[in-house]
Design a protein around this ligand. Structure first.
Ligand SMILES: O=c1nc2n(C[C@H](O)[C@H](O)[C@H](O)CO)c3cc(O)ccc3cc-2c(=O)[nH]1
Length: 328
């Protein structure tokens, strides 16, 4: 069985870890032998201190490879801050974005390989040789795409533009965004393997990642959305919203910026042209769309077992829909 997932950072990574746990524990050889491909968001990528940082790819790689800082969901476990402390002593900016010592090694390898002409796909494959995440991890594109955010907090309401990381980390998304743009997306080419992974999958899964800046950015890479519309695989998603609030993070600030209410039904609307199945929380309203199959399940990834059950429920729904398709 071939499963393809689109993923952002922390939420996507944790869901994928649950998916792999579910597959490994399954007595069904189709599930236990499944191949999982992950198309990771790279629009959060940024260059600080001359280092190319790919937060979402690294969160997936470290989480599935056993190296993640569990409390934060990003960066390395048992991390130290010797370099960050030295940078602070020099007054080197940005002081609000901290790179741990071990994590810096990842960015050094990535930056050096890119400078030597490797693609981000090649770099990611090389890094994964060490971390063995148990999935094929593909960046959405090898081109540079960066999410920028317009804030109307300048003098007299003047708009200024900041990198997504500045809005997210330095400003905690507390300043309302008037526009969010994945700059470069429209000129980007999907990375090798991305479109085939969507077209040839048996099931496509959307974890509860940020629908605007994570999954939304992947969808903006030309060809990706069309591949999801055209694939014969059912596309099933897990709502990142429960009872009007994001399960994790500040997705509500991103949804507000694009004029979408923070509800499970409204998020499904962002995927309306390709979504076949949608898991929502008990008590949430189902989107009113003919043909969309909605199931209510506990969505909180509160423990490894709960996360594996959630991923299993998403896969169950996908396989059920694939069976219906075959029977039709
Ligand atoms: O809140 C923070 N998030 C940090 N993050 C997380 C990241 O900003 C975001 O959570 C994601 O981009 C959103 O998925 C890092 C991720 C990395 O891969 C490497 C370094 C950082 C540093 C920070 C940080 O200093 N503060």
């Amino acid at each position: 069985m071939r499963i393809t997932a689109l993923a952002g950072g922390v939420g996507g990574a944790r869901f994928l870890r649950g998916l792999l746990a579910h597959l490994a524990a399954s007595p069904d050889p189709g599930r236990s032998g499944a191949d999982v491909t992950v198309v990771g968001n790279t629009a959060d990528d940024v260059t600080f201190h001359g280092l190319r940082i790919s937060p979402d790819l690294d969160s997936v790689m470290y989480t599935l490879g056993g190296g993640i800082d569990e409390a934060r969901g990003w960066g390395r476990a048992q991390e130290t801050s010797g370099v960050a402390d030295e940078l602070a002593a020099y007054g080197a900016e940005p002081s609000w974005f901290t790179l741990g010592d071990k994590d810096i090694a990842t960015h050094l390898v990535r930056t050096r390989m890119l400078a030597e002409g490797a693609t981000l796909s090649e770099v990611t494959a090389r890094l994964c040789e060490r971390w063995r995440p148990g999935v094929r991890l593909l960046p959405m594109t090898d081109d540079v795409v960066q999410t920028h955010v317009d804030l109307a907090d300048g003098p007299g309401g003047a708009v200024r533009r900041v990198h997504f990381q500045e809005w997210w980390v330095r400003l905690h998304a507390a300043v309302p965004a008037v526009r969010i743009e994945a700059v470069g997306a429209e000129r980007a080419t999907p990375a090798p393997g991305v479109l085939d992974a969507l077209r040839e999958a048996d099931v496509v899964v959307l974890p509860p990642s940020n629908p605007v800046v994570s999954i939304g950015a992947v969808l903006q890479v030309p060809g990706v959305r069309q591949a999801l519309v055209e694939t014969t695989a059912p596309v099933v998603g897990v709502s990142p919203v429960i009872a009007g609030a994001p399960v994790r993070g500040m997705a509500d600030a991103c949804l507000a910026a694009v004029g979408v209410p923070t509800t499970a039904a409204a998020v499904a609307g962002l995927y309306a042209d390709f979504l076949d199945g949608w898991l929502i929380a008990e008590g949430d309203e189902a989107p009113a769309r003919p043909g969309l199959v909605v199931r209510r399940r506990p969505l909180l990834m509160s423990s490894p077992a709960a996360t594996a059950d959630l991923a299993g429920a998403a896969l169950d729904l996908g396989l059920e829909l694939a069976g219906r398709e075959r029977a039709a």
